[in-house]
Every structure is written in structure tokens, then in C-alpha cells.
Design a protein around this ligand. Structure first.
Ligand SMILES: NC(=O)c1ccc[n+]([C@@H]2O[C@H](COP(=O)([O-])OP(=O)(O)OC[C@H]3O[C@@H](n4cnc5c(N)ncnc54)[C@H](OP(=O)(O)O)[C@@H]3O)[C@@H](O)[C@H]2O)c1
Length: 268
């Protein structure tokens, strides 16, 4: 990746994952300027490696190539204050905050045309995330490919056709890890109810989810067919799915609809 100056605003869970991924990808530590009021031990490690750290926006103003906004949506307004001074005509601005719209970003930077939104998810912290990005047409192919490179440091990257799709993405992959954790909790508890120890039940649940996902990702066979292949007529899986399937589909539709509604409310 070509060296660029990156100004990262907010280096909590997601910001720190990004920096870790960039350093692993070979981005020069000196080109990463972190602004973080409460730097964690991992941020201090990045500083040891050469990243620049400020606890507030620095007084020495310069034009940066890229700004990544990785603060919570509720602190975004204050984080945006003063940032305009670091933006030149070619500066790319990428926000990973849920709920901060491109209209808000663009307004904060005097209708700057190079703003992109990206929605990563929690497995990004181990480099296994998936990030969905949306940029308007004013962000050209080269700029998109730079964003793609930056976000691929924490996992896979996909591009959306409209900003509105970000609400659905937030509902599916953004909040999704919590649904999967709860699903694993439920599997574990149900296993315990059938007489397994909690430890064994948890291991079986975790490996079943991880192994099934790896299997499905590694084949072109669709998941419906995979499900049918493990469901023998009159067998145990069929007995289980007779209970699960009439309820889970509707429940997941309601679950994602609630999250998407909330994402749209947060976007104002
Ligand atoms: N975590 C996820 O799974 C996930 C998934 C998708 C998207 N996101 C989005 O990613 C963003 C960051 O999430 P996160 O989990 O990394 O949050 P986080 O751990 O709270 O990190 C945000 C960091 O920004 C700092 N900060 C606050 N105001 C600042 C300012 N004005 N300038 C610079 N830094 C400032 C915070 O410091 P203080 O703690 O002192 O306030 C905090 O350390 C959020 O907008 C979230 O919607 C997160």
C-alpha cells in the first residue's frame, strides 16, 4: 500500500484494530497519527512502534491524506470540531460510526466530496471482520480502492449501492456478533439441560458454529442445500428443525427489523 498520512480520530476497540491491521499490512508507523484522549496499553505499543499520538487535535495543522473517524456516534459532533483545518482537496474522510450520515459529514467539511462511510463488525478485532462501505459517485475508483485497502486490514470488504443499505448492514453484520453470541449461549444452556457439563456444552456449541461457518464459506453449495444434506428423513436433525424452523425465520426478520429501525433513528 502506498504510504499516506492517516489521521485516526478515536483509538478504542475499532481504531486499535485498524492500526494493528495497518501495521501488519506494512503501513509505515510514522504515517499514522492517532488522536485519542485515553490511550490504552495497545495504543502505547503502537507509539513504541513509531505511531504518533496526540490526546487532542494537534496545534501544528497539516493537510492529511486520510482521516478515519472511529469515535462513538454520540461524541462525533465534538470530534468533528476543528478537523476541517486538516482537510485539503484530496483528503479522504472515512467514518466507521453507526448513524453519522454522509450529509452530516459533508456539512462538517464544507461539502467536501470525498467522504465515505464504512460499517465494520466486532471480529475485526482479530482480523476476521467484514466491512460494508458506501461512497457517493464523487469518490472515484482510486479513492475507493484506498478505502478498500485500509479496511481490508481488519477483514473482508464489500461495497453498497446506497447509503440507506447501511441500516440493514448494521442490523445484520454490525450487530450480528451479539446474535451469534446469544445463539451460542442458548445452545450451551440447552446442552446443559440435557445433562452435559457447561464447559463441554460451550465447547461443542462454539466449535459447531465455527466449523459450520467455515464449511459454508469454503464451498459453493448454498446453506439450504447443506442443511438438507444433514437432515435425514425421520432422523434427529429433522425432529429438531421441525421445532426450530417455524419460529426462527420470523424471529430473525423481527430482530433485524428492530436493529435497522434503531440505526435509522440514530441517523436522524
Ligand atoms: N465495536 C464494534 O463492534 C463496532 C462495529 C461497527 C462500528 N463501530 C463503530 O466504531 C466506532 C468506534 O467504536 P469502538 O467500539 O471502537 O468505540 P470505543 O472503544 O469507545 O472507541 C472510541 C474512542 O474514541 C475516543 N474519543 C472520544 N472523543 C474523542 C475525540 N473528540 N477525539 C478523539 N478520540 C475521541 C474515546 O475516548 P473516551 O473513551 O475517553 O471517550 C474512545 O477511546 C463507533 O462509532 C461505532 O459505532 C463499532
Amino acid at each position: 500500500m502506498k504510504p499516506s498520512t492517516i489521521l485516526l480520530i478515536g483509538c478504542g476497540n475499532m481504531g486499535a484494530s485498524l492500526v494493528g491491521g495497518w501495521l501488519d499490512k506494512g503501513i509505515h508507523a510514522r504515517s499514522i497519527h492517532i488522536v485519542e484522549p485515553n490511550p490504552s496499553a495497545v495504543v502505547q505499543e503502537y507509539v513504541q512502534k513509531g505511531c504518533i499520538l496526540s490526546t487532542t487535535l494537534p496545534d501544528n495543522i497539516y493537510t492529511t491524506d486520510i482521516i478515519i473517524l472511529a469515535v462513538k456516534p454520540q461524541t462525533m459532533a465534538s470530534a468533528l470540531g476543528g478537523l476541517k483545518a486538516f482537510v485539503g482537496p484530496d483528503t479522504m474522510i472515512v467514518s466507521i460510526a453507526a448513524g453519522t450520515t454522509l450529509a452530516t459529514l459533508s456539512a462538517a467539511f464544507d461539502s467536501h466530496p470525498l467522504c465515505t462511510r464504512a460499517m465494520p463488525n466486532l471480529p475485526a478485532t482479530i482480523g476476521c471482520g467484514i466491512t460494508a462501505c458506501y461512497a457517493p459517485e464523487s469518490v472515484g475508483v482510486v479513492a475507493r480502492s484506498t478505502v478498500d485497502d485500509l479496511m481490508s486490514a481488519i477483514g473482508k470488504v464489500v461495497w453498497l449501492e446506497s447509503e440507506d443499505q447501511l441500516a440493514a448492514v448494521t442490523a445484520l453484520s454490525g450487530s450480528g456478533p451479539a446474535y451469534i453470541f446469544h445463539f451460542i449461549e442458548c445452545l450451551e444452556n440447552a446442552g446443559v439441560q440435557l445433562g452435559l457439563s457447561a464447559e463441554l456444552s460451550r465447547l461443542l456449541a462454539l466449535e459447531t458454529v465455527a466449523g459450520s461457518s467455515a464449511l459454508a464459506l469454503g464451498t459453493t453449495v448454498d446453506v439450504s442445500t447443506l442443511r438438507q444434506r444433514v437432515t435425514s428423513p425421520g432422523g434427529t436433525t429433522e425432529a429438531a428443525l421441525d421445532v426450530l424452523m417455524p419460529q426462527l425465520g420470523a424471529l430473525m426478520r423481527q430482530t433485524l427489523a428492530a436493529a435497522a429501525k434503531r440505526a435509522r433513528e440514530l441517523a436522524g
